[in-house]
Design a protein around this ligand. Structure first.
Ligand code: PLP
Length: 308
């Protein structure tokens, strides 16, 4: 095993699948299971592990450059992987207005893990997938020649392949598998890994209705075409990324108290809220086993102020 191989980090795989006793499901004849992806690794939990591990193998110790907003979990996981496995990391952060200001706690952790941070104006950031813009950006930040580039959110074809493993681990163990959707990579891979007869349910945490397209494009890139049975329910974003409201917060606090499990708010809470709402609407026939994927845990860092 080479020194930068992520397997050195001893991930907990397969991640645990645990039934939870919740009378709101039980009284409708439903079984709720939690797929505890958050337990895979403390610094690379959930879909961070699934997406980064194949990319880090491909990078094979070269410098890794990636992109994210000021509170990006993905930037933090990449920085931590660089520290743990000994490769350089470079983070392109959206928003040049942040340059020269004190780093927020999330970016402070990235920097402490050795990530070189570069703030970029929003127009350039938006155009980062255009090859010419990317080349100019790499030159501007003096990225080494052999730099390995991972897209925003870590979602590329290799990442989708990595997430297929999540679906495979669930084969036969659930009828419906619910997952939060940010860029769509996790759902794209999960759906592909499920067995016939199982279906994936994506709960977008961003508003705009564009994520179905993204999931299809990611499956096309990874597998050459559509895979698996998946749908999106667009009703649970609560106004957009990092937005919340009293009903969601009350739901999350109640779920935490019932199940003694701290719930990550930006993704996992919205997904669980969606699953419970669907159960209450009678969307799942009695006897359905619903697995909810806990893609990450709260990280103990203060959340962006917009979300509170
Ligand atoms: C905890 C958590 N859950 C779910 C997601 C959504 O994953 P994806 O971007 O692959 O749709 C993310 C974002 O990466 C995340 O951090």
């Amino acid at each position: 095993m080479n020194a930068s191989d992520p397997s050195r980090l001893r991930p907990r795989l397969p991640s645990p699948l645990v039934p939870v006793a919740d009378e709101r499901f039980a009284r409708r004849g439903l079984t709720l299971l939690l797929k505890r992806e958050d337990l895979i690794h403390p610094d690379l939990p959930g879909n961070k592990w699934r997406k980064l591990a194949p990319n880090l193998r491909a990078a094979a110790g070269r410098p890794v450059l990636t992109f994210g907003g000021a509170y990006s979990n993905h930037l933090r996981a990449t920085a931590a992987a660089g520290r743990l496995l000994g490769f350089p990391t470079l983070g392109i952060v959206r928003g040049d207005e942040l340059a020269g200001r004190p780093l927020n706690p999330s970016l402070t952790r990235c920097a402490a893990d050795g990530m070189r941070l570069q703030f970029t104006d929003r127009a350039t950031y938006r155009a980062k997938n255009d090859p010419e813009t990317l080349a100019a950006l790499l030159a501007r930040v003096r990225a080494p020649e052999d730099t390995y580039v991972v897209p925003e959110g870590g979602s590329n074809a290799l990442a989708v392949e990595g997430c297929r493993e999540l679906g495979r681990e669930l084969a036969g163990a659930a009828d419906v598998v619910a997952v939060a959707v940010g860029t769509g990579g996790t759902l794209a891979g999960l759906a592909a890994g499920l067995a016939p007869g199982q279906r994936a349910l994506g709960v977008p945490v961003l508003k705009g209705g564009f994520l179905g397209r993204e999931v299809r494009a990611l499956q096309e890139a990874a597998f050459g075409g559509p895979r698996g049975d998946w749908t999106l329910d667009e009703r649970f974003h609560r106004g957009g990324y990092a937005r919340t409201d009293p009903a969601l917060e009350a739901f999350a606090q109640d779920f935490e108290a019932r199940h003694e499990l701290a719930i990550e708010r930006l993704y996992v809470a919205k997904m669980l809220f969606g699953v419970l709402t669907l159960a209450e609407e009678g969307a799942f026939p009695p006897g359905t086993r619903v697995a909810a994927v806990v893609t990450g845990g709260p990280d103990g860092l203060p959340q962006p102020s917009v979300s509170r």
